[in-house]
Design a protein around this ligand. Structure first.
Ligand code: SAH
Length: 252
């Protein structure tokens, strides 16, 4: 992705409360399955945090020091401001880094959280790389695009296989987790509101301002067409695809 496209996508997403499908209720549900509890002084990394919707839920629910990592500084500036506003600045610190070159010691984290972001590395590659940073028995909680049905309409399959060849069913993802040295603790698909109410609808409302800002350039129009296409596929085929939330424990 070139710098201009990255800058444009950052501007398109900066004003969203989430930069991908997800919801506070789903974050809390994953937290309940993780067994992480208030009252322990936990060290948590939230990788690919965006503007930190999940980070803020974790800070609210736990007595944790949370390091929120992203490679887009503007997202982290916004999270810093939100954390201060919500009185969580003592629990949340931000770190600009790439998720494939993390500046951490091995065995650092009680939990690694990552919503809608591990696909940037690939599910298997991400698990394999991040595992070393977890303490033994550390918790991994990641959401990842997932097929909900064994048979899919061709139009939907072709789109996602070309966007993300690693897409798979929950069974396939759970096997990948086990083979990478994790014991699965739970899985659930996100509710449909986590796509439409908290992500796609607010995103669509920002399209006119985005196009105006970039003077309806060909590139801006093309980016919005691609987003609209993805949204239309979701609207028509949501029975077949969602994000799955996978909660697991490092198994050694
Ligand atoms: N977890 C947030 C954001 C999901 S969007 C949420 O659920 O709302 C994916 C995030 O990953 C974006 O914030 C993007 O900037 C970040 N990202 C993409 N590639 C990255 C990389 N190589 N290193 C660090 N962050 C990355």
């Amino acid at each position: 992705m070139n710098d201009l496209v990255l800058e444009m996508l950052c501007n398109l997403h900066l004003d969203g409360t989430r930069q991908g499908p997800g919801s506070d209720a789903d974050t809390r549900r994953a937290l309940a399955l993780s067994g992480l509890e208030k009252g322990r002084d936990l060290q948590i990394a939230d990788i690919g945090c965006g503007t930190g919707a999940s980070t803020l839920v974790l800070a609210d629910a736990l007595d944790a020091n949370i390091t929120a990592i992203d490679f887009v500084p503007q997202f982290l500036d916004k999270l810093d401001a939100l954390a201060a506003e919500r009185g969580f600045d003592h629990k949340i610190s931000t770190c600009i880094a790439s998720m494939d070159a993390l500046p951490f010691e091995n065995n650092t984290w009680d939990a690694i959280w990552s919503e809608g972001a591990i696909y940037n590395l690939g599910f298997e590659e991400g698990l394999g790389y991040w595992r070393q940073f977890l303490k033994p028995d550390g918790i991994l909680a990641v959401s990842e695009i997932t097929w909900l049905t064994a048979d899919r309409p061709t139009e939907l399959s072709e789109h996602w296989l070309s966007e993300y060849p690693g897409i798979g069913t929950a069974g396939e993802k759970l096997s990948v987790l086990e083979n990478a040295g994790f014991t699965p603790l739970g899985y659930f698909p996100l509710q449909s509101g986590a796509w439409l109410d908290t992500y796609y609808r607010p995103l669509q409302r920002r399209f006119p301002a985005f196009l105006a800002r970039y003077l309806h350039s060909d590139l801006a129009e093309e980016l919005i067409r691609a987003e609209e296409h993805e949204i239309s596929l979701y609207e028509r085929y949501q029975r077949h695809v969602s994000y799955g939330f996978y909660i697991a424990k490092r198994s050694d």
